[in-house]
Design a protein around this ligand. Structure first.
Ligand code: NAP
Length: 316
């Protein structure tokens, strides 16, 4: 008979490993399955200044390793494999490229990846002037001219971060008003080397072996222009990694897994945590909070056998 874990966590970011920590600490037999390296998107972030307890900030990679170590201290195990299919039931089957695993509860913590802009040659020029992580790659552009596309908090944060490295930063936004919070707008207005191009979209890239300039379209009046840049940082939101639950659990129109503050999905025994679930604020701390909550309900689901009472899934 194959081993049946109390809890399998798919995804080794802050939400996943916090579920593993709380689950293991509550005495559950927990396995985390991670595709590449721990930390999720957080590991690609530079300094994290808004995670409590680190008064001088901490880099995302180190925080990821420490959250993993905290879970493993209580007995959680990690397997590096790619999950290819989830089959609900009792037990739940987790099919991977390294074989099948079985569990009584599943914590879905796969996160979200950066949305592409969708212009020609964008993907082939990644690393050659096209980037999705200012904190990871901004340091290559000290004293250079860069552009950020997007109008949300991430784009504003990226533009500000880059303004301390680059000599000139264009922030390109398709509307006449930024979506970003006022605190960022004020900071951007005060940054002398940041120029905001409103009502503007990136139509195409001019490149040889790397990106050299951007062809821009005005969304008002239809004007066209070209700006020379050394790099374009794409910061236009995220796409949830929810394909494994498509057709199994309820997803919202944007693809986020529908789960309330209990993290319970529409499927018994399956919990969704972190950036992949429907929620207002996607941050490291809210992912970690989700993880703790999921472990609480998973433990309750297992220990009280309350399937019939609906402990394991949300009411539709
Ligand atoms: P977001 O808030 O969804 O903003 C995405 C931005 O990209 C929007 O301005 C959008 O334009 C633009 N956009 C989307 N698709 C585009 C396209 N194809 N071409 C051009 N522009 C496009 O995403 P985010 O900035 O990544 O933030 C995600 C979440 O994390 C948000 O909840 C945010 O508040 C949070 N966050 C918080 C902090 C913080 O509190 N310190 C920092 C970063 C992120 P429109 O405005 O026209 O839709």
């Amino acid at each position: 008979m194959e081993k049946i874990y109390d809890m399998i966590v798919v995804g080794g970011g802050p939400g996943g490993y916090t579920a593993a920590l709380y689950g293991a600490r509550a005495g559950l037999d927990v396995l985390v399955i991670e595709r590449m390296s721990v930390g999720g998107q957080m590991a690609l972030t530079g300094d994290i200044d808004n995670y409590p307890g680190f008064d001088e900030g901490i880099d995302g990679f180190t925080l990821g390793m420490r959250i993993q170590a905290g879970a493993e201290r209580f007995g959680a195990k990690t397997e590096y494999a790619s999950v290819t299919e989830l089959i609900p039931g009792m037990p739940i089957t987790v099919r991977t490229d390294a074989g099948d695993y079985f569990c009584r509860t599943l914590v879905f913590a796969t996160g979200a990846y950066p949305r592409k802009l969708g212009i020609p040659e964008e993907e082939s020029l990644v690393g050659q002037g096209i980037h999705y992580c200012a904190h990871c790659d901004g340091r290559f552009y000290k004293g250079k001219t860069v552009a950020v596309v997007g109008g949300g908090n991430s784009a504003a944060e990226d533009a500000l971060y880059l303004s301390h490295l680059a000599s000139k930063v264009y922030l390109i936004h398709r509307r006449e008003e930024l979506r970003a919070d006022k605190i960022y707008k004020t900071a951007l207005e005060g940054a002398k080397n940041v120029e905001i191009l409103y009502n503007t979209t990136v139509a195409s890239l001019v490149y040889d072996e790397r990106v050299r300039s951007l062809c821009l379209d005005s969304t008002v009046g239809g004007g066209k222009s070209e700006i020379e840049i050394d790099a374009l940082f794409v910061s236009v939101g995220r796409v949830p990694e929810s394909a494994l639950l498509d057709g199994i659990a309820e997803l919202d129109p944007s693809g986020y897994v529908v789960a309330d503050e209990t993290t319970r999905t529409s499927v018994e025994g399956i919990f969704a945590v972190g950036d992949v679930r429907t929620k207002a604020l996607r941050q490291v701390i809210t992912a970690a909070a989700d993880g703790a909550t999921a472990a609480y309900y998973a433990e309750k689901y297992i220990s009280t056998g309350e399937e019939a009472a609906g402990v394991g899934h949300i009411d539709k």
